[in-house]
Design a binder for this molecule. Structure first.
Ligand SMILES: [Zn+2]
Length: 262
């Protein structure tokens, strides 16, 4: 490889991402010939993607980098506020591959140490089993009832905001069946007229969120107490605190706010 070729460097300590401080006060993914941080022995540097025609390298640090005049570490979620969206999305991919690498060191069939064969493939040298990063699929659903929408507060939310009903797809289930089941389990409500909205990689740690719109079809709100601490229908002029701008849930809620006739 040409040593003078610059690369994007996605360097993580857990979910903390190294960013370079620019002269104008903004932050950016380091773009340099060599890693801005010493790469310790036995560290695998992964080629995770191509960004603006240049390769993206990623590796994990055993300890965080202290803030300096040139660098700062920030949570992956928070990096959304500082980075162009494609850079944030690539950082998410790098984070998912590093997470996968840490959690696929041994063959799940025979226990032999796995060998990295491609950026997203490992093979067991003993039994030949191949593994790829696995993605957990989850649904989000915006439930409409006349001029209001259903918002809930899940106990695992990192904050006091309210958001859409969400849940993981189960084996053997269609996405629409998952929507019906999750709304019923979490709130006791029935829904109908389920339509697709959009989707978003969700690297916390390795997911894909798939968003749907649905109409309220019946039932009284009865919250699943273990998962939710609040849940109600809200009109546009009476909305509670909403999730951050980076999430698909917020994009869906904003879409609903801006389309009062939908
Ligand atoms: Zn094996």
């Amino acid at each position: 490889m040409n040593q003078t070729t610059q690369s994007w460097w996605f360097i993580f300590y857990k979910d903390q991402l190294l960013l370079e401080k620019k002269n104008d006060g903004t932050y950016a993914i380091p773009y340099e010939n060599h890693s801005p941080v010493t790469i310790k022995e036995n560290t695998t540097v992964h080629n995770v993607a191509t960004l603006e025609g240049k390769s993206c390298k990623a590796f994990s640090l055993p300890s965080p980098v202290e803030e300096s005049e040139k660098y700062i570490m920030t949570g992956l979620r928070a990096s959304y506020d500082y980075l162009p969206s494609l850079h944030y999305q690539t950082a998410g991919k790098a984070h998912e591959i590093l997470h996968w690498d840490r959690n696929s060191r041994f063959c799940s069939a025979c226990g032999t140490p796995m060998e990295q064969k491609e950026s997203i493939m490992k093979r067991c040298p003993k039994c030949g089993r191949e593994v790829y990063p696995s993605i957990s699929t989850a649904i989000l659903v915006l439930v409409k009832k006349k001029d209001s929408l259903l918002l809930v507060h899940a106990r695992n939310f990192k904050g006091t905001f309210n958001s859409l009903v969400a849940g993981f797809l189960e084996t053997g289930e269609t996405l629409e069946e998952c929507v019906v089941r999750e709304v019923k389990e979490e709130t006791g409500l029935d829904v109908k007229n389920i339509t697709y909205f959009g989707n978003q990689p969700w690297p916390y740690p390795s997911g894909l969120m798939v968003g749907f719109i649905a109409d309220y079809a019946g039932g009284e709100i009865k919250l699943q107490d273990e998962e939710l601490s609040a849940g109600n229908f809200y009109t546009r002029d009476n909305l509670p605190e909403l999730p951050g701008k980076l999430s698909l849930a917020r994009k869906m809620i904003d879409w609903w706010i801006e389309h009062p006739n939908k």
